[in-house]
Design a protein around this ligand. Structure first.
Ligand SMILES: Cc1cc2nc3c(=O)[nH]c(=O)nc-3n(C[C@H](O)[C@H](O)[C@H](O)COP(=O)(O)OP(=O)(O)OC[C@H]3O[C@@H](n4cnc5c(N)ncnc54)[C@H](O)[C@@H]3O)c2cc1C
Length: 557
């Protein structure tokens, strides 16, 4: 009886302190990474689901599988969201462009997912107004009707109705808009989010649901049984250099633009499935567009869509859509792409951006499914996702977009249940809150992105008061964010912290270069690294950050 009462009490405490308990689980996992890694060498362990790739697609699949109660392992060769998933335009959207292309099903599905994203990760996703300026007399009516249809497709999860704007109203909302030839405008509502922070929070939620997720683990081969069916993966721990053979009932290839590399491991010589398409963004100071609204140009000089979106007090302008042959984790912007964005921004904003005004520039690769007719036009390749099951049983998920990550995961795990002969269990992610989610988001300072973790992060100053100080007098970031990223968000190095936990590399690469030595010192103290490690980290990060700038920069101190 005593034990029963004690158990009930413990259960009550754990429910009451649910967030604290989750934080502790993650802290323990971070500090005991080696112990978890050692578990991978258990020769008898057979995972229900093994996922290769820790971008939006892979992490979504890990969360889906773990929340259905399947034993789940996710392996990411670099950091979570190091690939395309940290390099998006930061829109949780249905895709107005796809509506124009008549892809109603895709738009409806994405708008539904946009609504679920806002519901389940309100600390990172927000309802944003987008203004379309019209320089044609017919534009006002045309876009108001089109965007009303867009809103209707969202059904109950709509973000608000589109409205016609007079020329005066457009100028009031976006004072730096080019006024010459302006007739009118339309304002519509869509979603905006922080991509890599959402990826990290999905990884944390997956852990809380029982998954094992590891960054810096590269899958470099596949294991097959005597009949040639997929039976697991061979993975290299990048940190230790040790290779592990891991068995699984279903193996999912969620490696984005790297999908063909994994497919080659399965069947050498296989025809490529992916057609990478590069998109770049330039980040500018808000003085170029001091507005709470985002700007959407539906048809630029070459028929593309261009956005200028306020994001963490900076303006993200993009993107491009350039078919490319090579793929890498750090794709480089092409000169013609940079020119195109600068020229187009100049066309629509009164203050023309110069190369020195670019605070950061990042490029990403869309993992588009290659068309079978050999067409070169990436605009015309469908953005819907595709799940392909190889003869061996390897499941590859490709295409899609960040906004639809949850539905992509649902479809993939439904497939894994069939392929891996797993018990049929229903999806649970529609109402599953993402780690940190809170309905009461107070955006009073930049720490709102931590959601329910904010208070615990600020409590770190009780351990060391210096952690409450700013990393640089000009920056808002504080030392506690670095400690938090290492202890609770699985950051392993300087780039993980400055690029994907605190987004300073993407927002202001010069600032990132300036604070790098201090941040590396904080990380080193947590991970017990020496001065040589700090020096090495600062040097390689500085080199990387230079490639995010258009004009070379030297650290100010
Ligand atoms: C320029 C641009 C703008 C975009 N804007 C938006 C937007 O605003 N809204 C939206 O909804 N979508 C947007 N998208 C689409 C969206 O970003 C992508 O669809 C999504 O991020 C793809 O995620 P992924 O997980 O499939 O790929 P990735 O994020 O690339 O993840 C794949 C991961 O697999 C890992 N990997 C590869 N090989 C191995 C291996 N052998 N072992 C272990 N790991 C491996 C890689 O390191 C990588 O982290 C945009 C895309 C681009 C390019």
């Amino acid at each position: 009886m005593f034990l029963f009462v004690l158990n009930c009490f413990v259960l009550y405490l754990s429910i009451r302190n649910r967030n604290k308990v989750h934080i502790n689980i993650i802290a323990m996992i971070n500090s005991e990474r080696n112990k978890i890694v050692a578990e991978l060498s258990d020769p008898d362990k057979v995972w229900d689901v093994i996922i290769v790739g820790g971008g939006a697609t892979g992490l979504g699949a890990a969360l889906d599988a773990a929340s259905r109660g399947f034993s789940t392992l996710l392996l990411e060769q670099a950091d979570f969201a190091k690939g395309t998933s940290s390099r998006s335009t930061k829109l949780a959207h249905g895709g107005v462009r796809y509506l124009a292309q008549g892809d109603i099903g895709l738009v409806r599905e994405a708008l539904h997912e946009r609504g679920l994203m806002l519901k389940n990760a309100a600390h990172l996703v927000k309802n944003e107004s987008f203004v379309i300026p019209n320089y044609e007399w017919w534009g006002g009516m045309f876009y108001t009707i089109g965007l009303t249809l867009y809103d209707l497709l969202a059904g109950k999860l709509g973000f608000g109705r589109a409205k016609y704007l007079s020329k005066k109203e457009v100028i009031r909302r976006i004072p730096t808009i080019e006024q010459k030839g302006l007739y009118s405008g339309v304002v519509y509502q869509d979603g905006q989010f922080d991509d890599s922070r959402l990826a990290v929070n999905i990884a944390q939620t997956s852990l809380e649901q029982g998954a094992t997720v590891l960054n810096y683990f590269k899958v470099n081969n596949l294991i097959k049984d005597t009949k040639g069916n997929i039976a697991g993966v061979v993975a290299l721990d990048i940190e230790s250099g040790i290779t592990y053979q891991v068995k699984g009932k279903a193996v999912i290839n969620a490696t984005g633009v790297f999908a063909d590399d994994v497919l080659q491991l399965d069947k050498p010589g296989k025809k490529p499935l992916i057609r990478p398409s590069q998109g770049i963004h330039l980040v500018l100071d808000m003085s170029f567009m001091p507005s709470e609204d985002a700007l959407m140009i539906p048809k630029t000089s070459d028929g593309r869509v261009l956005f200028a979106v306020p994001w963490h007090d900076k303006l993200v302008v993009g993107t491009t859509d350039t078919p490319i042959k090579e793929h890498s984790l750090e794709p480089l912007a092409l000169e013609e792409e940079i020119e195109f964005i600068i020229k187009t921004a100049d066309q629509y904003l009164v203050k023309a951006p110069q190369r020195k005004d670019v605070l950061s520039m990042f490029a990403g690769l869309r993992p588009l499914a290659a068309p079978q007719d050999g067409s070169e036009k990436t605009k015309e390749i469908s953005r819907s996702h595709k799940i392909i099951v190889s003869e061996s049983g390897l499941i590859t998920i490709t295409g899609g977009k960040w906004t639809t990550y949850r539905k992509m995961a649902e479809d993939t795990i439904d497939k894994a249940i069939k392929v891996g002969n797993l018990e049929n269990r229903p999806v649970r992610t529609k109402d599953l809150l993402i780690h940190g989610s809170t309905p009461n988001v107070d955006r009073k300072d930049h720490l709102y992105v931590y959601g329910t973790d904010r208070a615990a992060l600020l409590e770190l100053k009780n351990e060391n008061s210096a952690w409450a100080e700013k990393l640089d007098p000009r920056a808002e970031y504080i030392g506690a964010e670095v400690i938090w990223a290492v202890r609770h968000e699985m950051a392993r190095n300087l780039e993980d912290v400055l690029a994907r936990r605190v987004r300073v590399l993407f927002l202001d690469a010069r600032m990132a270069i300036d604070i790098a030595p201090k941040v590396a010192g904080l990380i080193a103290s947590e991970l017990h690294k020496d001065a040589a490690w700090i020096e090495d980290q600062v040097a390689s990060f500085t080199k990387l950050a230079q490639s995010y700038l258009l004009v070379p920069y030297s650290r100010t101190k």
